[in-house]
Design a protein around this ligand. Structure first.
Ligand code: PBG
Length: 332
């Protein structure tokens, strides 16, 4: 029965949702351009940027174009980019990963010269360089831990010499953070940071990324090094070890499937935490939007805010440029 008689309510939570101004005042979680890191794929040659079929709106950037894209990102206030090399000279030793004149070192040099204020981060793992597609060296049919760490040390040194700000080991080998820290310090690169992929799960959400770099494992899967999505205590143990080994920032990946892991890490540790909204999360939103089932920008902002609410300080996301344009009101 509709009635004009007001209920006798001491608390009316809807009062704080009445207007956009009031909602802004009581908003608990802020998402800012400052929180975003744009992953970018760099490729050989001097041609046009190549659209990535599995990741609409993302490109493989020749270095010249990468620099232009990074100028735009920096102009929008995006503080950092994270580079992946699209290696075309793959072999079973991932030789190209440690070439000082390789694609990624050249990209780092070009970016630090042209956009010096931008924080340049690079992925450290062998999969884009290895013909077998695994993150480490394969010895006797197994992904070998310690032999891989020796290569990662060298890769970190090469990137540091090119001027990288942070290296981001994404391979999940044991002991690599301490080894990389040791090598960097030994070479005088005490200011180069380590963004450790500490809790990285064996996830199907990386599928579109492997399409971008032609890096899907040719045999087996990554479950002997990436974590079982069923585990959270193990994630905290991994993070604890990486902090002890000298990680500056720890990462949880993927993002939205791991909100509880991010929250548990936030409650347990006080160092900065990164979340990675991975290729499959990006693709899910764009695919649903293409079907008319969701609005892409709204889903972008809602998911990025959820990652911040869970406790992430910074977010690697393919939406970084689009998010920055949206947040700054310069969206096309
Ligand atoms: C490889 C690496 C992967 C991603 C980041 N670094 C793929 C994998 O582990 O197979 C995934 C990123 C994404 O899906 O966006 N070391």
């Amino acid at each position: 029965m509709p009635t004009d008689e007001p209920l006798d309510l001491p608390f009316r939570p809807r009062r704080l949702r009445r207007t956009p101004a009031i909602r802004a005042l009581v908003r608990e979680t802020r998402l800012g351009v400052d929180n975003l890191i744009q992953p970018l794929f760099v490729t050989e040659g001097d041609g046009e940027p190549e659209p990535i079929a599995t990741m609409p709106g993302q490109f493989r950037w020749p270095v010249r174009h990468l620099v232009e894209e990074c100028r735009i990102l920096a102009g929008l206030g995006v503080p950092a980019v994270n580079l992946f090399g699209n290696c075309t000279r793959k072999d079973d030793q991932a030789t190209e990963a440690v070439n000082p004149d390789g694609l990624v070192p050249r990209a780092i040099r070009a970016l630090k010269a042209a956009v010096p204020g931008l924080c340049v981060q690079t992925d450290l793992a062998l999969d884009p360089y290895a013909s077998h597609g695994h993150d480490g060296l394969v010895i006797g049919g197994e992904v070998a831990n310690d032999a891989t760490v020796a290569v990662l040390r060298e890769m970190a040194r090469v990137h540091a010499e090119a001027g990288v700000d942070w290296v981001a080991p994404s391979d999940m080998m044991d002991g690599r953070v301490a080894a990389i820290r040791d090598t960097l310090d030994e070479a005088g690169h005490t200011g180069v940071g380590i963004l450790a992929y500490s809790a990285k799960y064996a996830s199907c959400f990386y599928g579109p990324f492997r399409g971008a770099l032609d890096s899907a494992p040719r045999h087996g899967d990554k479950k002997t090094y990436q974590m079982d999505p069923a585990n959270v205590r193990e994630a905290l143990r991994e993070i604890e070890l990486d902090i002890e080994e000298g990680a500056d920032v720890v990462m949880v990946k993927p993002g939205l499937p791991c909100l509880d892991v991010i929250r548990a890490a936030r409650d347990a540790f006080d160092i900065p935490i990164a979340a990675y909204q991975v290729s499959g999360e990006y693709g899910m939103i764009l695919a649903a939007a293409e079907k008319g089932w969701m609005d892409a920008d709204t889903a972008m902002l809602e998911t990025l805010t959820a990652l911040r609410r869970a406790g992430a300080d910074m977010i690697l996301t393919y939406f970084a440029r689009r998010g920055a344009e949206h947040l700054r009101g310069t969206a096309p």
